[in-house]
Structure formats: C-alpha cells, structure tokens
Design a protein around this ligand. Sequence first.
Ligand code: PMP
Ligand code: GLU
Length: 385
Amino acid sequence: MLAQRIQAVKPSATLKITALARQLKAQGKKVINLAAGEPDFDTPASVKEAAIAAIREGFTKYTPTSGIPQLKEAVAEVFQRELGVRYRPEQVVVTCGAKQALYNLLQVLIEPGDEVLIPSHYWVSYPEMVRLSGGTPVEVRTDPKEGFRLKADQIERAITPRSRVLILNSPANPTGAVLDEGRLKEIARVAVLRGLWIVSDEIYCRLVYGVPHVSIASVSPEAFARTLLVDGVSKSYAMTGWRIGYFAGPPEVVEAAERLQDHSTSNPSSISQRAALAALTGDQICLSEMSAEFGRRRDFLLQRVLRIPKISLIEPEGAFYAFLNISGTGLTSGDFSNRLLESAHVALIPGEGFGWDDHVRVSFAASQEELREGFDRLERWIRSL
Ligand code: PMP
Ligand code: GLU
C-alpha cells in the first residue's frame, strides 16, 4: 500500500502528453507537437561553453545548498534591475528548477488543512503540490470576459480563516494573461490585509508582448514583505533540462526552505549553476531574439485561429501559450485532444488539468512551419467533425 499523500496526486497532464507526442514522433509518425511547455530553441552557445569550462575546471562537487554566491548575487541583481525589487544575495535560494522552488515553499508555508488560493486557469502542478504539502487547493475562478485576469474581489470572496497562501502566475500558463500594476496593487492590498503569503511564479516574466511585466513584490513595501518571488532560467534562456530555478523572499522563509533543501536534494547541479550564471550575466541578445520570435508566432496564431470555425481564444499577452475555447465543438478537452492526436497527429494539452474542460492549451514554442502545418491540420479536422 502506498502512502496516502501520493495516492491523491494526479500525473502531470503536460508532461504526459509531451512524452506521448515524443514517443509517436520516435515511431516515425509525423506528429506536430504543440503541447510542449518549453522553448524549441537550443540553449545559447555561451551558456554551454560555461558548463563545459566548469566540468574541465573540476567544478563538479557539492556547492552550498542554496547555490553559489556569484549566482545568488546575479539573481539579486537581475531582480533589482528588471523587477525593481531589492534583495540581499542571502535572501536568494537556487533550486532544481522553479518547480522545486514552488514545491519547497509550499512545504514550509502550509500546515495540514490550510487553504491555498489558486486562480484558475492554473498550471497543472499547483494543486498537486498543495496536496503534497497537506494543504487544500481552493480554486478561484477568473472570468474569460476579463481575459482570465484575476481581480481582488474574487480572492476576497474565496478567503476563509484557513487561507494562508495565494499563488499568482503572471504571465500565466496556460492563458498568457498578464496582470497589470493596478490589479496587482489591489490584489496585494487584500492579501496583505488578510495575512496571506503570496507565492508569485514569474517564470515567464521576460516573455511579454507589448505589455510590461510588473512583479507584485514591487507594488508596495507590505507586498514585498509577504511575497516569495519565483523565477528561473528554464523558459527565458531555453534551459529546461539544466534544472535551475530560484526564489527570493523574507529571511525566515528562505532559511526554512534552505533547511528543507539541505535534507532533500542539497544543491542544484554545480555545472548547471555555472551555466545559469553565464546566462544571467552574459549578453542578453539571445533573450531578445527568442522573445521577438515568440511574438511573431503569437501574431501568426492569432490571425490563423480567426479562420477556424468553432474555436476562439483570448489574446495571450505573455508566455508562449494560447488557451483555445473549444466549446463550439461540443467535445470535452480530453476527447478533443485525444481525437486530434489520433486523427491528425497534432498534440496539444487538454484544459481539464488547468481547471477548464472546454479549453485546450496550444504552445507556440514550435517553429512557424510547424505552427502553420499544425493549424492547417487542426482546421481540416475541425471542419470534418
Ligand atoms: N511554473 C510554471 C507556470 C511553468 O509553466 C513551469 C514549467 N515547467 C514551471 C513553473 C517550472 O519550471 P522549471 O522547469 O524551472 O521547473
Ligand atoms: N511547465 C511546462 C508545461 O506546462 C513544462 C511541463 C511541466 O513541468 O508541467 O508544459
């Protein structure tokens, strides 16, 4: 018999379908993968070189659990420069991907039975991480008419005496929704007043299209004191496999999360840390090139979807996802995705895992040719329904 805590946890829909699409491709099927939650670009050459140099120099031993000082300094500097928030390097913890940062934070902030507010649309792992911490995920429905952007009064209505944490994700996976400063100020006001911690997942902060990214940690000193700011190099620098994320926050939470990491994974890979340092401190041309290309793909997708019957979407302002409304087809998101994969060999992710069963997630982290072919197939298939 397995432990109760794991029995309640679902497999990751995003990882499952991405793996299935890869498997079909390996079998020689011409699958168009619009499921992947990772950039299709290669890691920049200068970053790879830094990792190779680290190996050659023998930088292959344990490092301090929370990361090498140079990387923590670089993260603090980037947070100050890009997000306008000032942390000391000791307030930064480097983790094995942003996923571990989020997981560890929930472990140290949640008591069994505590409620964690999760605006939905949400990334598939949030509710499962909350369950693994013994907490209860509480879904806060956002309004498609508001572009799925969270409003302070929606949180206010969901708060109970057990509420302890609010998870924010702007730009959001799976909708690409971005929260502007006005909204963030209102949300922060409610969270601070009601004594919530804010776990702010800003992993897509460098991928915005025509709107600024604002961190909730920057909107007031009170919000800063209650926020755990999570980011990483996976998405911005096409480094998903290197497993480097990080967070910053108040010293007592940072110290507790460090203790947890001491007894679980210890430090993230020393080699990957050197690579992440090169990414954050090197020239940032690769970043602007990648984000400009994502912007072009997004524009293509917006135009293309207009010509397809029975589906619609809300313009994504950030990240590299679009959340398609498929209610016009009358299919559930699982049926839609399975049938599309079987009949037209196009992989995308059912919205069910993100809290919306009449939507599917399309990733535009695929080349323009693949997007064109993927949407041609999607259109033919929908017209044949
Ligand atoms: N947060 C969100 C919203 C994500 O989409 C992802 C993608 N896996 C992560 C966190 C985790 O990123 P990482 O690869 O750095 O663990
Ligand atoms: N975050 C990405 C996604 O949503 C990667 C897969 C995962 O870790 O969930 O697809």
